[in-house]
Design a binder for this molecule. Sequence first.
Ligand SMILES: NC(=O)c1ccc(N[C@@H]2CC[C@@H](O)C2)nc1
Length: 249
Amino acid sequence: MRIDVLTLFPEMFVGVFGASILGKARDKGIVSLNTVNFRDFANNKHNTVDDMPYGGGGGMVLKAEPIFGAAEHVVAEHSASGTSDKPPRIILMCPQGEPLTQRKAQELSAESHLIFVCGHYEGYDERIREFLVTDELSIGDYVLTGGELPAMVVIDTVVRLLPGVLGNEQSAVTDSFSDGLLEYPHYTRPAEFRGWKVPDALLSGHHAEIEKWRRRQSLQRTLERRPELLEVAELTAEERRWLEENKIK
Ligand SMILES: NC(=O)c1ccc(N[C@@H]2CC[C@@H](O)C2)nc1
């Protein structure tokens, strides 16, 4: 997978793209992570990336030309590499965007080329949304100073799903939300810490029992914290019955 981030602050990505899981995924060649400063594509008279809003009002608006130029540059570069098999998803990070979910991350992890547009100031010229962008995403209902942190969040949750990125020490399969439920509790040695014991079910060595206990814990935790997820989760008839009994408590 190729990922390009269009940003005015490429230096923000050096640490995130170089460290830990993302750094290893890059070194393994599973993903190529690039930043492009769209100021380099502000080829207008004053080399500006923003300007005052038509219609007046406060704040500045990001001009379309530099962002179109930067996006077209990375698309051309990727298609020239001969490895591009389908057009990229061009993702605008903004509070008005579709809420990011694990399901969206799974969808994006199947793509071959992602381009993120990170803005600043008051916002983006609408022609970027209308004629360039394929997706608008939000990581939550709050406003940040820029689209960089949201782009890092999306990249992190997408790249960890790529085959070969997570070793045995972690597994995307039993993530919270991957089966539509919240994750079960985890324990490690010692079996007793300050008098607090690991549940017997996990010490039994019976894998079927352990899986049953874990699934039950996921259901319980989801019921307590995020009951709305149960409406869309895939549950067995027996699990639905158990939930009905426990909802009453
Ligand atoms: N919730 C989010 O994902 C989010 C995304 C972007 C953002 N801020 C940038 C800078 C100014 C505006 O154009 C967009 N804030 C919040």
